[in-house]
Design a protein around this ligand. Structure first.
Ligand SMILES: [Fe+2]
Length: 285
């Protein structure tokens, strides 16, 4: 298996983990045509879900990561290593902050706090130092003036944007077309509207196989777009979630990818992390 690979769909495979971050575009023979951004969020140390997602991802030019690389899952060092190899554009998540000691886990429920303690003890000194340096959002991407990246929301990195009312207030204030956010682990998009913002959930043909849902941004509207969570989805779909945004055609393609949940659960139980963290993966809750 090739991790961190950008496959062209024409039989070419480039192992971007072998190259410095940001060079992926050079190895994409179609990079002059469209710019495709692979957007990952809330991996939460779930190695199996991350590997399956990268295998299923289409050709892309570069990767951005919306935070919560660690927390909950049992493979934080492996997931940090792969994530670092994929690119250098990150915003930090609340679990990244808590695991690396930037914030305490006071606001976390007991299960999440137990996982944060274990994660902090398990991460290598180098990976802890790397997590500590992750930037606070919003982050911008060079050459992509119409997008910004946040973990929670542009006004508060720890805010959960769950409802149309708060999405409306945020969309009213933002200047860019597309704000990509994570944190809620719910895949979908809020679109600006005359009245309250409208939530558009992706619709998939079935709940077992790899699924895609294309969503085209309309001129004159603004969007809050959540790729969903790779490592701990909470929208009722257990499959790993991410998206690819084509900034030329303005199409966001949402993905759901089945992965070896049993193996991820086995790692959680073997690490003596709370059993609930294993059980919920199968439920997508
Ligand atoms: Fe998260």
């Amino acid at each position: 298996m090739t991790l961190g690979s950008a496959s062209s769909g024409f039989g070419l495979n480039f192992d971007t983990a072998d190259y410095p971050a940001g060079l992926g575009a050079i190895y994409n023979p179609f990079s002059w045509w469209n710019v495709r951004i692979l957007i990952l969020s809330d991996i939460h140390a779930n190695l199996q879900a991350l590997e399956a997602s990268l295998e299923a991802a289409p050709v892309y030019d570069f990767v951005v990561n919306l935070g919560d690389v660690v927390g909950y899952g049992a493979n934080p060092n492996e997931v940090v290593k792969i994530s670092r190899g994929l690119g250098s554009t990150f915003v930090r998540g609340n679990h990244d902050k808590a695991a690396s000691g930037i914030s305490d886990a006071r606001d976390f429920n007991p299960v999440a706090a137990a996982a944060i303690r274990w994660t902090g003890e398990t991460l290598s000194a180098e990976n802890l130092a790397w997590l500590r340096e992750l930037p606070k959002g919003p982050a911008r991407v060079e050459g992509e003036a119409e997008i910004q990246l946040v973990h929670g929301s542009p006004r508060d990195e720890d805010e959960y944007v769950m409802y149309e009312q708060e999405a409306h207030a945020i969309l009213d204030a933002v200047k860019v077309t597309a704000t990509f956010f994570g944190h809620t682990h719910v895949q979908g998009a809020f679109a600006s509207n005359e009245g309250p913002a409208r939530f558009i959930p992706p619709v998939y043909k079935d709940a077992r196989n790899i699924g895609t849902f294309e969503f085209e941004l309309q001129p004159g509207k603004k969007y809050l777009i959540n790729p969903g969570s790779i490592g701990q989805p909470r929208d009722g779909d257990w499959r790993a979630a991410f998206l690819v945004f084509d900034s030329s055609s303005k199409v966001a393609t949402f993905y759901r990818v089945p992965y070896d949940v049993k193996s991820a659960q086995g790692n959680i139980l073997a690490a003596k992390l709370p059993e609930r963290l294993a059980a919920r993966l199968a439920e997508g809750r």
